[in-house]
Design a protein around this ligand. Structure first.
Ligand SMILES: Nc1nc2c(c(=O)[nH]1)N[C@H]1C(S)=C(S)[C@@H](COP(=O)(O)O)O[C@H]1N2
Ligand SMILES: [Mo]
Length: 300
């Protein structure tokens, strides 16, 4: 029956009501903050229903604040995030300590709703706010010989109770190949749900590489170094047989101690069933070409 509602139906009207309302709130929030534009990557993710704020900010891995999932939410408030600067050095034209506010001034912040898959076998959907890492690297001017990007997290023994324990070799470090770092899906996140990113999620600025296991997405970054050699990475140093440099989400390559074929969506409840893990975490179309011809089992 034709009525005034059916006449105005759009694809949005078929999304679940909660997601729809949520989305409208987000859009209003983004408009209020003056955030510009939606990237094509985000548009393609419209069907994803993000986890609630509580899941995203109370179930965390941030070992500098303890190894329990609730430790970061409990202790990370102690981290001083203002002022903040990021040293960008190595093979760049303009090496400097960049003040975070100067970086944000120069960058275009947008919303990206991404799947997030931890190597431990759980997953969430997170509505990040951030900017493309490529834009930041281009601002510093990447030199032609550069092949990799190394990242380092702040190390503040007075503010981080977890670094008293040698769980990892502090500071936490990570790395990407330059083409992975320059890929448009790779972002620096500074917000979640249109609000400042909480300390437990890596304030004031953390990496998000949605097709890789979560530990590649290094938090609270203080240094970015362009180099021509594959940089050391924290989990690889801790256990090279279990954690490789690439760490792409891959249901066909098992962790030595568990399968990666399925995952447990956080918020699904204790009895919720696991769901299949997707190749490159669902971003195969966008990123598979980066690894053409590579043996993904050998380069895990
Ligand atoms: N500096 C630092 N970055 C880190 C970690 C960490 O312990 N320290 N944990 C990683 C892991 S294992 C995961 S799954 C994600 C978790 O991000 P989230 O807490 O925002 O969900 O952060 C990653 N980045
Ligand atoms: Mo993780």
């Amino acid at each position: 029956m034709a009525n005034r509602w059916t006449n105005t139906l759009t694809d949005r009207d078929v999304t679940p009501e909660a997601a729809f309302l949520n989305r409208r709130q987000l859009m209003a929030g983004a408009a209020g903050l003056g955030l510009i534009g939606m990237a094509s990557g985000a548009k393609a993710q419209d069907a994803l229903e993000p986890n609630p704020w509580e899941d995203i900010t109370q179930y965390n891995n941030y070992y500098e604040f303890g190894t329990g999932k609730e430790d970061p939410a409990r202790y990370a408030d102690a981290l001083t995030t203002q002022p903040w600067s990021v040293k960008i050095d190595g093979m760049v034209d303009k090496p400097a300590d960049y003040a975070l506010e100067d970086i944000l001034q120069a960058m275009t912040t947008e919303e990206r709703i991404y799947r997030f898959r931890c190597v431990e076998g759980w997953s969430m959907v997170i509505p990040w706010n951030g900017f493309e890492l490529a834009d930041l690297l281009n601002m510093a001017g990447v030199q032609s010989g550069a092949k990799y990007v190394a990242f380092e997290t702040a190390l503040r023994p007075d503010e981080m109770p977890g670094v008293r324990y040698p769980v990892l070799d502090w500071p936490y470090v990570e790395g990407l190949r330059l083409d992975e770092a320059m890929h448009p899906l790779t972002i620096m996140a500074t917000g979640i749900y249109g609000r400042d990113i909480p300390n437990q999620n890596g304030a004031p600025m953390r990496l998000v590489v949605p097709w890789k296991y979560g530990f590649k997405s290094i938090k609270s970054i203080v240094r970015i170094t362009l180099t021509d050699e594959e940089p050391p990475t924290s989990w690889n140093k801790a256990n090279p047989n279990e954690y490789g440099f690439y760490s792409n989400v891959n249901p066909e390559v098992s962790h030595p101690r568990w399968s990666q074929a399925t995952e447990r969506p956080i918020g699904g409840g204790v009895f919720a069933s696991r769901v299949p893990t997707q190749m490159f975490n669902g971003y195969e179309k966008e990123v598979a070409s980066l690894y053409e011809g590579m043996d993904l089992k050998a380069n895990f």
